[in-house]
Design a protein around this ligand. Structure first.
Ligand code: NAD
Ligand code: LMR
Length: 340
């Protein structure tokens, strides 16, 4: 617990400087899929976040136990568990931020797209309920394949007449977390000072870390090192899936990444200036309708989608190479939402 708390400490201490937990506005965060591998540690981390006043934990099973457990932690957030379709509306009502890690994870040998058939329907159902019960909430989509589930969510919201492109986010923070860790390790720079933008999407070659923009500069890294770091970042999810050998995919690092991103959304809502994170959002940065890049977060969600900045030749090639796959995944999501 001490380690988990200190992992959040840097982000949280900035927030605490802006708002003590007494003066921070009331904020309700709902987690859909809260009893799962990601959902449980994410519930813990959100319970530790002083910006959260109400934590709503929803799943199709198991949430009463998770909620009872997490609720005993002596922090600000009031916790409630909701289980099953009948309670989904109450779980969502009044939510400022909805985090969605509901759905099946990969097993070795699968791609994220292999999850589409099951997860597309789950995400569609949950987003239909969000449109009805908390249409103004910021939605943090974790369920895979993110490159398709975000476009599905957008179509559901459009049909319901509630779509606001500023409020829908594909969570790609784990790619950034990995890029920072791997870069610091190879470049022998202090990990806590590293920044690396990761753009594109969230699957294989659509994950494009921009190591040419990484800070601090790690002068010892040559072209082959950058190539290897790029590949490791792109294959980070598969590395975990293989190590877990059939027991699922990244859960703990994802919970951390999800908590970092949700914290950034809350800070933005609360008016903290200069909150910037990478996310897969509606975009005009490329010709594709959705694209991950740096995003400035504000009181209404996305305040500004930032451009790519200068790219190395290697990154320019990576950008062109990822476009056909990302385009196909986006179109697949849109088609599903309109045909089902
Ligand atoms: P898990 O199987 O451990 O947990 C999923 C949870 O979702 C379960 O508790 C299940 O009961 C619940 N669920 C299923 N249908 C639901 C519904 N209709 N409503 C509410 N809850 C429902 O899986 P996990 O390891 O937590 O992974 C969840 C998802 O997150 C997967 O799709 C995985 O691929 C994805 N993921 C994304 C990233 C990312 O970087 N965006 C990282 C890791 C995992
Ligand atoms: C990840 O990047 O860890 C997730 O998308 C889960 C996966 O299937 O790799």
């Amino acid at each position: 617990l001490i380690l988990l708390r200190s992992a959040l400490k840097r982000g949280a201490s900035k927030a605490i400087r802006s708002f003590s937990s007494e003066s921070a506005p009331e904020r309700k965060v709902a987690i859909l899929g809260a009893a799962g591998g990601i959902g449980q540690p994410l519930a813990l981390l959100m319970k530790l976040n002083p910006l959260v006043s109400t934590l709503s934990l929803y799943d199709i099973m198991g949430t009463p136990g998770v909620a009872a457990d997490v609720s005993h932690i002596n922090t600000r957030a009031q916790v409630a568990g909701f289980v099953g379709d009948d309670q989904l509306g109450d779980a969502l009502k009044g939510a400022d931020v909805v985090i969605i890690p509901a759905g099946v994870p990969r097993k070795p040998g699968m791609t994220r797209d292999d999850l589409f058939n099951i997860n597309a329907g789950i995400v569609k159902g949950l987003c239909t309920a969000i449109a009805k019960h908390c249409p103004g909430a910021l939605v943090n989509m974790i369920s895979n394949p993110v490159n398709s589930t975000v476009p599905i969510a957008a179509e559901v919201f459009k049909k319901a007449g509630t779509y606001d492109e500023k409020k829908l986010f594909g969570v790609t923070t784990l790619d950034v977390v990995r890029a920072k860790t791997f870069y610091a390790g190879k470049g022998k720079v202090p990990v806590e000072s590293v920044n690396v933008p990761v753009v594109g999407g969230h699957a294989g070659i659509t994950i494009l870390p921009l190591f040419s923009q990484a800070t601090p500069a790690a002068n010892a890294l040559g072209a082959e090192d950058i190539k290897a770091l790029t590949k490791r970042t792109q294959d980070g999810g598969t590395e975990v899936v293989e190590a877990k050998a059939g027991k699922g995919s990244a859960t703990l690092s994802m919970a951390y990444a999800g908590a970092v991103f949700a914290d950034a959304c809350l800070k933005g809502l609360n008016g903290v200036p200069d909150v910037v994170e990478c996310s897969f959002v509606q975009s005009t940065v490329t010709e594709l309708p959705f694209f991950a890049s740096k995003v400035r977060l504000g009181k209404n969600g996305v305040e500004e989608v930032l451009g790519l900045g200068p790219l190395s030749d290697f990154e320019k090639e990576g950008l062109e190479a990822l476009k056909p796959e990302l385009k196909a995944s986006i179109e697949k999501g849109i088609k599903f939402a309109n045909e089902n």
